[in-house]
Design a binder for this molecule. Structure first.
Ligand SMILES: Cc1ncc(COP(=O)(O)O)c(C=O)c1O
Length: 392
């Protein structure tokens, strides 16, 4: 009896039993290799190599110099919310009420708030497979059911209304998460496809969450925001990628009017407010766009180097990547164990990439994700090292 009670005290909850991010294992292996004196080209982690815009850093330094860093309003500093709303006018020609903007702790904090505000325990939420793993892990931890919808290279890895409706007819869905540009594939949805998909989902009462964290990093065509398509869609975004502010942990949501108060109540209780210093920096980041555009042009060049170089190196099965900074390559000619392949590639070439199994439990063993947010020199070197290795 005693033993049972002690065991209960020491056992983590079932809901906490979410899988870890496998990319973290690759990062640890890469760090070990570096500690042993080897140079590693990091193409495994999805984060920019560049720092935050100088304007953001200066604003944070200014705030620090003033001394007191206090809580802010729960939904964010009003001038930041207004600046984000202005960004929608400038970028998407959308007049957005700043009252619908909620500042969050990265988009990761946004997902927790969005899922809590939108769904009941047991609700079924559709996700593209492959996709960003925390979507399904956060949903599971919150007691919702992630429903993976298979996508393929033939359909540019995009969720289709047809596949979603087929699943919905089998068993009702309450929500869907869409992402364009997507991680890990880097593919995007055209505005027409996005509009049509949202219309079909909403007609069925399926709530749409649009992860727009890679907006701004679009090379093939301009990404459309779901906020321009429907006032009922919930948009999630972040300063992590375009603005190179991963470690600042600040993002935002565009929330349907009817949900603002719910998000306010949740965030007030869960976090009080988002870190103040990061909010101050985020507002000033909008004044650093020239700097960020230069970083984006660097990614464009990196993309060109990989799209031209990887096929010559032997990896020739991937889509012409539209956005973000990822390339999802089919490695099945060489291996059907992407984890083993990634480990060997790291050990033998010093190039770190992420095994597809992180993003796709079904077919990910045949894929590797390369992040091209580093320097052009690194991209050339990676292509050369991989080419030499695969041709041995
Ligand atoms: C598709 C996608 N959404 C959300 C995130 C979370 O980013 P953050 O919490 O830094 O905003 C990431 C991070 O890699 C991502 O790739």
């Amino acid at each position: 009896m005693m033993l049972e009670a002690t065991k209960r005290l020491l056992t983590p909850s079932r809901r906490s039993n979410v899988p870890p991010f496998i990319v973290m294992d690759v990062m640890a292996a890469a760090a070990l290799k570096e500690a042993q004196g080897s140079r590693v080209i990091h193409m495994e982690v999805g984060q920019p190599a560049a720092p935050a815009p100088r304007t953001a850093i200066a604003a944070a330094q200014g705030a620090l110099a003033k001394g007191r860093i206090a809580y802010t309003e729960t939904l964010g500093i009003p001038s930041l919310r207004a600046r984000i709303a202005r960004h929608y006018a400038d970028t998407y020609d959308l007049a957005l009420d700043p009252g619908r903007v909620a500042v969050t702790t990265g988009s990761s904090g946004g997902f927790i708030l969005a899922f809590l505000a939108l769904f009941e325990p047991g609700d079924r939420v559709a996700l593209a497979n492959p996709g960003y793993p925390p979507y399904r892990h956060i949903l599971s931890a919150l007691g919702c059911e992630p429903v993976l919808i298979e996508t393929s290279a033939e359909t540019r890895w995009a969720l289709s209304a047809k596949a979603l409706i087929a699943e919905h007819r089998r068993k009702a869905l309450q929500g869907v998460v869409i992402a364009s540009p997507a991680n890990p594939t880097g593919t995007m949805m055209e505005a027409d496809t996005l509009t049509q998909l949202i219309a079909v989902m909403e007609a069925e009462g399926i709530r749409v969450i649009s992860d727009e964290i890679y907006h701004g990093l679009d090379y093939a065509f301009a990404a459309e925001t779901a906020a321009n398509v429907s006032e009922r869609a919930l948009v999630i975004n972040s300063f992590s990628k375009y603005f190179c502010m991963t470690g600042w942990r600040v993002g935002w949501m565009v929330v349907p009017e009817s949900l603002v108060r719910a998000v306010d109540r949740l965030q007030g209780n869960l976090a009080i407010s988002v870190p103040t210093l990061a909010q101050v920096a985020a507002e000033a980041a909008f004044d650093g766009r020239d700097e960020m555009e230069a970083v984006k042009h660097g990614y464009e060049e990196n993309r060109r180097i990989l799209v031209e170089g990887l096929p010559q190196a032997g990896l020739d099965k991937f889509l012409p990547v539209d956005g973000a900074f990822y390339l999802y390559a089919d490695i099945s000619r060489f291996s059907n164990d992407s984890l083993d392949f990634a480990k060997r590639m790291l050990n033998e070439t010093g190039v770190a990439a992420t095994p597809g199994i992180d993003f796709d439990p079904v077919n990910g063993h045949n894929f590797l994700r390369f992040c091209y947010a580093g320097s052009a020199t690194e991209m050339h070197e990676a292509v050369e090292r991989i080419g030499g290795w695969l041709k041995r």
